[in-house]
Design a binder for this molecule. Sequence first.
Ligand code: DGY
Length: 466
Amino acid sequence: MSSKNNLVMRAETALGAEVQLAARARHVLRQNDMGDWTCAAPNLYPHQWSWDSAFITIGLAHLSTRRAAKELLALFGHQWGTGKVPHIVFNSEAPPDSYFPGPEHWACAAASPDAPPAPPYTSCLCQPPVHAIAALRVWEVAERNGGEGVDEARAFLRQIYPKLLLWHGYLMTHRDPEGSGLVTIYHPWESGTDNSPRWDAALAAVEVGDLPSYPRYDLRHVANPSERPTSADYDRYIWLVKLIKKASCDETNIYRSHPFLVKDILFSAILVAANEALLKIAALVEAQDGDYTLIANWIARGHRGLDGSWDPELGLCLNYDLRAGTPLRALTVAGFAPLIAGRQSPERLEALIAALESSAFLGHPWLRWPVPPSTSPLQVGFHPRSYWRGPTWPVINWLLWWSLLRAGEPERAQRLRQASLQQLAFGGFGEYFDPFTGELLGANDQSWTAAVALDWLVADDLLIAA
Ligand code: DGY
């Protein structure tokens, strides 16, 4: 056979594999569809999670504009009076022993004057604000596809814009009373990267008091307990929830007395990128004049905050422990925050790419595929199978891919996309993966993994403006 035929055959096989993968991703999203929201994963996560829903919206945008819009509108239907978007909206139909801490544990949050009407109950924590990025993606996909989706997407942007503005306003005020440009979190769950070593020092300082015994339903759904946070971690998580409830979920009370107050750079960087998206949405919905200046100021403040967290020696940003008054030194993917925030200087971009491609991340010789481990194998506390202490997470890889495109690095972005897809074709739509063996860990059929895979596969040619 001629080498030309050989090449054509290989290209056809690769295309066939991508078509199959996209079909499987669509199937996962349909299977987890609850009507106007999507459960994060069938067994382990039977409720609606905030940042999961945002990533899921990005995937749904390729199935139906209307359904994608519903996903975010359903979540924002439970927005608190302060503008906060809760990290979990509890599914009233889920079996009572399916998740802990479930709705009954959070029920007291509903007593807060700022809480939305219950049921359904919500938690009073929040998660990284990927939502405006997702809303803009719904528009971009609809506009590219043309047809009736364009009008639906425009109507959706009009509905969601004031809610997004309120949400970002909450984060820029209640979660940054210092005006630092960085978001304060009250609980590792708010970071979305629960047991990352970046929280180890701040958590170690939290003294756990009297705690009644509680169930670990999460352990029933994984092959091995080492894939989930340890019981020492969990005690601290549950203790922090207890303290937040004791403070009546009131921001001022929490800020005054809470033992875990940390500036999270990944959360803050996502907020900068989300504010960039919000600025574009503001123009699309012809927002009032004052909004543009307000959002532009938020963006500038966010960049200043991240600049102040830069560690030139590591070539990464560091989180900051407000209680101890010290930076939290850890080699994790969160350190790439300025890449995600966007608009970095050429020198900063060069340093970030050097760190990304170093043996601490993509250049590590033991990696099964060149996709970044959530925690560097060179970091003390790294564990290849334990949740955020080493496994690679497809949604983080999507964020980095999207950020590389925006930074004008299409070849690097494409390499990351290909490696990520190879991993999913090999392992399935897992929640996270062992970076050395490629083994699927955590939940199967995780909705946000299927969603980002679909975006990689279908939106390959979508132009992402810097
Ligand atoms: C969990 O249960 O693992 C979540 O991360 C908390 O939101």
